[in-house]
Ligand binder design. Structure first.
Ligand code: SF4
Length: 234
């Protein structure tokens, strides 16, 4: 059971953020494949660096599964250099591409086909893809209802005392990431199936906006933040 207060606050939080920022139309990417590449490259780096790496891949005309996989790992690392941790990310991209090409014929629709939990497990089995990346792929490239939790989400929820996720029933023992994800999914389920995808996509984007511009690690700017009315009163 989620406390009605937390559920109400989570829904109200979206209204407040949306009123401030408008619909954010995330995630940048011209194709689902570009979204996948971006989601893997964005680990531990700012999106502007990912954009530069993707621009390099486009300029080299290799932003498609077969061509990208055909590149030697060192050349791939060179092209994605602006995204940082380029050797690790080149390996991770190649792991993803290997599964996509060898198990699903290079067809993202086939990779994303099936129950969300099954596809999620499939993605988590790829070397270097953790829960946040898997959920970004599912939500923004695969059209699956899978809420994304990131460091901003954790910080905002903690500061507002919304991290009551352990109260949410889970069929399996869940770690902190999954608890928060289940909390969001259970609390933010009021919209019809089709509208919920856009809602969850935009909800995560709005939290990133708040996290980046207001809810900083040190000296949060609560007085200017759209979520200020929802701060705990103590
Ligand atoms: S900046 Fe303050 S009001 Fe905004 S989300 Fe963080 S803790 Fe809440």
């Amino acid at each position: 059971m989620i406390s009605p207060g937390v559920k109400r606050n989570l829904r109200r939080a979206y209204e407040l953020m949306r009123a401030r920022f408008g619909h954010l139309h995330w995630w940048p990417g011209e194709t689902p494949f570009e979204v996948c590449v971006g989601a893997i490259l964005t680990q531990n780096t700012a999106w502007t660096n990912v954009e530069r790496a993707i621009a390099n891949l486009k300029a080299a005309r290799v932003l498609e599964p077969k061509k990208l996989f055909a590149l030697p790992e060192s050349k791939l690392a060179e092209l994605i250099h602006p995204a940082g941790y380029f050797n690790v990310k080149a390996r991770r991209l190649r792991s993803f591409l290997r599964v996509l090409l060898l198990e699903f014929g290079g067809d993202l629709k086939r990779l994303f086909a099936g129950e969300t939990s099954v596809v999620r497990a499939r993605l988590l089995a790829v070397n270097g893809i953790g829960p946040e990346t898997a959920d970004s792929l599912l939500l923004y490239a695969g059209g699956h209802h899978s809420f994304v939790v990131d460091a901003y989400t954790k910080r905002i929820f903690q500061r507002h005392n919304w991290s009551l996720a352990s109260q949410v029933h889970s069929p399996k023992p869940a770690g902190d990431y999954d608890k928060l994800k289940l909390l969001c999914q259970a609390a933010l389920n009021q919209k019809a199936h089709a509208a919920r995808l856009d809602y969850w996509q935009d909800y995560h984007a709005q939290l990133v906006m708040v996290g980046k511009h207001f809810c900083r690690t040190r000296a949060p700017r609560c007085d200017q933040c759209p979520l200020q009315p929802l701060l705990p009163k103590n």
